[in-house]
Design a binder for this molecule. Structure first.
Ligand SMILES: Cc1ncc(COP(=O)(O)O)c(C=O)c1O
Length: 357
């Protein structure tokens, strides 16, 4: 299984990890994968000790923002190995983002091999507690040292790892979200469907304002008319009305095609729960809330898997969902996803790639 050149480190970062208080993205595991793109092609890449890199001030990505990334997890399974969850989807999405930002495609097979080796070499950093995991962060950026707005000619792809607890301090507890009616994250024809730094930079101000008002996430509306629902923070959003799931369509090109979103829709189909992917206006959502037809809403994303929404706020009015409790469908999705990820239940979809530790 191991194919890549490996450089062993003489020290370890293991002792720096506070295993009782992992948090999210605070600690970094010993090894990373690094590949370089030069003269029109990627090299094989190699496993190196995680650490600092030297960059020049003229490195293009610092100025023109040609950087894309991914986020996926490896889970410690009940049989003492690790499951990577749908890395093929992340490989594909990375290439979708690359196309949007005029960056080179990275071969899917090479990506999956690199992910497996990063998990294997960092095996002692995979937390064993349920709910915790090894978060994997692939990042690709333009590394040429040149000024002038143009695509970089050289690139780097790095995959590093971080042992993490659940993303939200609330765990599976319902979160409060606030609709932003003055800031937007992405517009049609823009970069909304790419996982690129610009979208996260655009979300910071609105996110800060929402936090000040006591909401943990922003529900973003479309960037043109501020009338349709896009996504929530770093998650896709789903609403349950009359026991059917409604989620914004990917056709607008303004939201990220979440791997968890896709997984929830597949699980729903498997369970016989009807789902609808369509343009959803905020008006429809508020009407369904007012009339008591909406029984649940939840965010979907790798970091938190499922985040039930307990309250939604718009223009100083707060709507409480399901008495602020976790709904039946949210709970079912959470249990099914975690069951598959930790190898506790059969994976009828063939989603997991096992790494023997
Ligand atoms: C903006 C945004 N939307 C949605 C998602 C959910 O995607 P996934 O389920 O692949 O983690 C993420 C997280 O990666 C995100 O950053």
């Amino acid at each position: 299984m191991l194919k890549l050149k490996f450089t062993e480190r003489t020290d370890t970062r293991f002792g720096t990890v506070n295993w009782d208080k992992l948090g999210f993205g605070r600690y970094f595991a010993d090894y990373m994968f690094v590949a370089d793109y030069k003269d029109g092609k990627w090299d094989e890449g190699q496993i190196l000790p995680y650490g600092t890199m030297e960059i020049e001030p003229a490195m293009m990505t610092l100025h023109y923002g040609q950087t894309i990334f991914e986020g996926l997890k490896a889970y410690y399974t009940v049989d003492g190995n690790a499951n990577c969850f749908r890395p093929d989807m992340n490989a594909k999405r990375l290439n979708v983002s690359a196309t949007k930002l005029v960056m080179p495609q990275f071969p899917e097979e090479q990506f999956i091999q690199a992910i497996q080796e990063v998990v294997y070499y960092n095996r002692k950093f995979i937390p064993q507690k349920r709910g915790e995991s090894l978060y994997l962060r692939p990042v690709m950026f333009g590394s040429s040292n040149l000024l002038g707005v143009a695509p970089s000619v050289e690139y780097k792809l790095i995959i590093f790892a971080s042992p993490v607890a659940s993303y939200y301090e609330e765990g599976l507890n319902p979160i409060k979200i606030g609709v932003s009616d003055n800031h937007v994250r992405a517009v049609r024809g823009g970069l909304g469907s790419a996982k690129t730094a610009a979208n996260y930079a655009a979300s910071l101000y609105g996110g800060m304002e929402a936090k000040k008002k006591g909401y943990s996430q922003v529900l973003w509306l479309d960037g043109v008319n501020l009338s349709n629902v896009d996504e929530v923070g770093a998650m896709n959003i789903m609403f349950v009305v009359n026991n059917e799931i409604y989620t914004p369509t990917l056709d607008t090109g303004t939201i990220l095609a979440g791997v968890t979103r896709n997984s929830v829709l597949k699980i729903a189909e498997h369970l016989g729960i009807k789902s609808h992917e369509k343009v959803l206006s905020l008006n429809e959502i508020l009407t369904a809330l007012n009339e008591g037809e909406m029984t649940e809403a939840f965010g979907t994303g790798t970091a938190a898997t499922i985040s039930p929404v307990g309250a939604l706020s718009y223009k100083d009015k707060e709507y409480i969902l399901n008495e602020g409790k976790i709904g039946e469908i949210s709970q079912k999705m959470y249990d099914t996803l975690l069951g598959i990820q930790y190898g506790e239940i059969e994976d009828p979809f063939g989603w997991t790639i096992k790494v023997n530790l």
